[in-house]
Write a protein that binds this ligand. Structure first.
Ligand code: PXP
Length: 236
């Protein structure tokens, strides 16, 4: 059974809509943990559109499970991550204008930067994961970069509309999970997962954790955060 990481970015998105104090992502994290989340995930973006460093500092003090910070290869963010000391740093690509993370890291293209960042964060006692597309070359490059954990981007699967497409994308994730596991990597997955497409992914052997945010926070608006997390926990 994979673990469930709940991404709480969009609690902060709602707060930032008014630049006020509520809803509080720190309180949200505690509710998620009570409801069965195995880890709390957040993304400290360069433009601070939702989570800011003060949130991460407070989460570091209050999270009882495991804190996974998504972060880019920006130098300031790397140094901040080392200071904030999450349990895990997941390196993601980041573009200023994107609505959400649009694809996985190109590990080959940014190899040196990724390797250096991974070594630096590891030396600070932080576990490092790379967010990559389910692609054999990216998995090979991740191994070469010296990390032992990846997160496979499930966005293509989530965007599939026909049964045939869904089956094809699911098979790719399944095959790449097997390949990465055989290469010695711990495999997590996430992005775009919802209440109606998560169960099939969670059945893939060897996926250690699913990281889910937007759909859980969206459902929480109607049924409350505790219930929304519990429902997803059941599916995973
Ligand atoms: N995993 C990673 C690496 C992400 O960047 C995100 C989005 O912040 C997620 C998982 C969660 O995606 P979603 O909000 O679509 O569930």
């Amino acid at each position: 059974m994979p673990k469930l990481g709940v991404n709480i970015d969009h609690v902060a998105t709602l707060r930032q809509a008014r630049r006020e104090f509520e809803p509080d992502p720190i309180a949200a994290a505690a509710i998620c943990e009570k409801a069965g989340a195995d880890s709390i995930v957040c993304h400290l973006r360069e433009d601070r559109r939702h989570i800011n460093e003060n949130d991460v500092r407070n989460l570091r003090r209050t999270v009882r499970t495991y804190l996974n910070l998504e972060m880019s290869l920006n130098k300031e963010i790397i140094l901040l991550t080392a200071k904030l000391k999450p349990d895990q740093a997941t390196i993601v690509p980041e573009k200023r204008q994107e609505i959400t993370t649009e694809g996985g890291l190109d590990v080959k293209k940014h190899f040196r930067k990724i390797k250096e960042a991974a070594e630096f964060l590891t030396s600070k006692g932080i576990a490092v994961s790379l967010f990559i597309d389910p692609d054999q070359k990216q998995i090979d490059e991740s191994c070469r970069a010296g990390v032992n954990m990846i997160e496979l981007h499930t966005g293509q699967y989530a965007a599939a509309r026909t049964k045939k497409q869904l089956g094809k994308e699911l098979k790719i994730i399944d095959n790449m999970t097997r390949y990465a596991t055989q290469s010695g990597l711990v495999v997590n997955a996430g992005h775009g997962l919802k209440y109606d497409n998560t169960r099939t992914v969670s059945k893939i052997k060897n996926i250690a954790e699913l990281n889910i945010g937007h759909s859980i926070i969206s459902r929480a608006v109607f049924v409350g955060l505790e219930k929304a997390v519990k429902e997803m926990r059941r599916l995973v």
